[in-house]
Design a protein around this ligand. Structure first.
Ligand SMILES: [Zn+2]
Length: 272
C-alpha cells in the first residue's frame, strides 16, 4: 500500500566507537555505528525532522545491532562519541517546513500589504464595490439608434438636433442615444462607432453640440446638472459632468458619470 505521508529516514553519519567488544565474535573496537535521522514527509517532501536511530555493525562478523540491543558498554561508547563529535541533521530534513513557513510568510505579507493599501486608499476600494457601476453599465446597455417617443423623448429631440449640427464624416443614423432624468440631473449617453474620421482633439466638439442641443429641448427646463458620456466603438471617449470632465477624446473615465446616480437610492432589483 502506498502512503503519501508518513516517516522516512536517511543515514546522516557513520562513526567508529571505541572501547567495545562485539558480543558475538568478541572482536575489540569493531563497531561502525550508522546514525539515521527520521523525518515526517508529505508526498516525499520532508516536512518535520523526527528522532534519530542508531545501528551498529561489527566489521568483523557483520552482525548488526539496533539501538535497543546495544550493550551498556556500547551505549556508553556511543554517548562519548556523541559528546565529542555530535550528529547534525542535514537542513533538508526540515525543508518542507521551511518552504511552508516561507510560503505562509509571503501570503501573509501580500494580504497585509493589501489591507494596508486599502486602509490608505479607501476610495479605490469603494469604487470597486460601488453598486452605481452596475447602474451605469445597465444604462449603457440601453443605448440604441431606434428611439421610442414614449420611452425617451429627450433622446429623440437630441437626435434631431445633433444630426443637424454634427459635422460630416459620421453616419448620424447609426448614432445611439440614451437619456435618463434623476430629479434635477440628466444623464445623456451617445455611442458613435465611426469616430475615426474626427481627430481625438476635435471630438470634444460633440460635447458642445450636445450641450447646445440640451439648451433648446423644452423638456430640459427644470434640469440643472448634465452628465454627458460619449462612447466610441470600444470604450468611453468623452465625459463631462457639472464637476468634472475628460475631453481628451481617446480614453475617458466613465466612472465620472457615477455621481449622476444617488448612492442612497439604488433600487435593489436594478442590480440583478
Ligand atoms: Zn562481531
Amino acid at each position: 500500500m502506498l502512503f503519501f505521508f508518513g516517516s522516512r529516514s536517511s543515514k546522516i553519519k557513520k562513526r567508529k566507537i571505541r572501547k567495545t567488544y562485539c558480543p558475538n565474535c568478541e572482536t575489540k573496537d569493531s563497531f561502525l555505528v550508522s546514525t539515521f535521522g527520521k523525518y515526517f514527509h508529505f508526498f516525499w517532501i520532508p516536512i518535520i525532522p523526527l528522532f534519530k536511530t542508531h545501528v551498529a555493525e561489527c566489521s568483523h562478523c557483520k552482525i548488526s545491532y539496533s539501538k535497543f540491543q546495544f550493550t551498556p558498554e556500547m551505549n556508553a561508547a556511543l554517548q562519548k562519541e556523541n559528546d565529542i563529535n555530535p550528529v547534525k541533521r542535514p537542513i533538508w530534513h526540515g525543508c518542507g517546513c521551511i518552504i511552508l513557513v516561507s510560503f505562509f510568510a509571503v501570503v501573509l505579507s501580500i494580504s497585509f500589504y493589501g489591507v494596508y493599501q486599502r486602509a490608505n486608499n479607501p476610495e479605490a476600494s469603494n469604487v470597486e464595490k460601488d453598486p452605481r457601476k452596475k447602474l451605469l453599465a445597465n444604462d449603457l446597455d440601453k443605448l440604441s439608434s431606434i428611439l421610442l417617443k414614449s420611452k425617451d423623448s429627450v433622446s429623440i429631440a437630441l437626435k434631431q438636433c445633433v444630426t443637424y449640427d454634427i459635422e460630416s464624416g459620421i453616419d448620424t443614423k447609426k448614432i445611439e442615444y440614451f437619456s435618463k432624468v434623476n430629479e434635477d440631473k440628466i444623464l445623456v449617453l451617445l455611442r458613435i462607432k465611426d469616430l475615426k474620421n474626427i481627430s481625438a482633439k476635435e471630438r470634444k466638439v460633440i460635447i458642445d453640440i450636445v450641450e447646445d442641443c440640451l439648451k433648446v429641448i423644452p423638456y430640459h427646463n427644470h434640469i440643472q446638472k448634465q452628465y454627458i458620456g460619449v462612447e466610441g466603438k470600444w470604450n468611453t471617449v468623452l465625459v463631462k459632468t457639472p464637476t468634472d470632465s475628460d475631453l481628451g477624446g481617446r480614453f475617458a473615465d466613465k466612472n465620472k458619470l457615477l455621481s449622476f446616480y444617488d448612492k442612497t437610492k439604488i433600487p435593489l432589483d436594478s442590480l440583478k
